[in-house]
Design a binder for this molecule. Structure first.
Ligand code: ZN
Ligand code: ZN
Length: 248
């Protein structure tokens, strides 16, 4: 099925109508120099040059001759691959923070454009993708932030690359508690209980190739739990597309 299936209701639409915050930038999102495109050639070149030395599975920087990093070899994650546009702390960090915390939702389009430019010759867009999904937010968090930064990227990616997107495959519970003072084990248990599969969308998981879209990947624990859940319910492969990747 071609095109974008955004489900019954666009969960972010009611919040993305506030006009002033969502103006498109008229300059490169990285260096801020005025130009017609979302990202200038110079910044694009900087980003592209960093792509060659990352682990194929988790996108952490690794030695050029290695396809998979030592960490993934020792503890293989449930997801099959990760692609990031750049590292956290690099030239896109400020734009990403503006996007996420200042509510500049239009920057999602710029990131998608930059992604397309950076990877236009790569074979990843020819790989089989059945569904693109966001990291879901709990209803409480969605009301607080006003939009799901992951879904805003996801639906633009899906439209750009003519793939299906579905924000309702996984749901997220709001887990109360003091996250900052929780032990590692407590955080892990909470994370496992955080996500749930939508029983009405099982046919979007079984034997499907799924891409999870997110803005920033830090430890990868959240994406790993999601990938495990999707594979437990029969997903054939799970891949991550993230804008920025932190180094551990
Ligand atoms: Zn630039
Ligand atoms: Zn790795």
């Amino acid at each position: 099925m071609a095109g974008v299936n955004v489900g019954d209701v666009d969960i972010g639409a009611q919040y993305t109508q506030r006009p002033m915050k969502f103006l498109l930038p008229s300059s490169c999102i990285a260096c801020k120099k005025f130009q017609a495109f979302s990202i200038c050639d110079k910044c694009l070149k900087l980003i592209k040059n960093k792509q060659t030395h990352r682990c194929r599975q988790c996108a952490l920087p690794c030695q050029a001759q290695k396809l998979i990093c030592d960490l993934c070899q020792r503890h293989p994650p449930s997801f099959d691959s990760t692609i990031c546009l750049d590292g956290y702390g690099g030239i896109l960090t400020e734009a990403l923070q503006d996007y996420k915390y200042q509510g500049k939702v239009a920057l999602a389009t710029c990131f998608t454009d930059a992604w397309k430019c950076a990877f236009q010759n790569e074979r990843l867009f020819h790989e089989e993708i059945d569904w693109m999904i966001p990291v879901p937010l709990s209803i409480k968090k969605l009301h607080h932030r006003g939009f799901n930064q992951s879904w805003e990227l996801c639906k633009r990616f899906a439209k750009t690359f003519n793939k299906n997107a579905d924000p309702y495959i996984l749901g997220r519970n709001h887990i109360e508690g003091d996250q900052a003072h929780a032990t590692r084990e407590e955080r892990f248990t909470r994370l496992i209980n955080t996500f749930r599969v939508n029983p009405k969308r099982l046919h979007h998981i079984e034997n499907q190739h799924i891409v999870i879209v997110d803005d920033v990947m830090t430890t990868g624990a959240t994406l790993n739990i999601m990938a495990k859940l999707l594979k437990d319910f029969g997903a054939q492969s799970v891949h991550n597309w993230v804008i920025l990747r932190t180094s551990l």
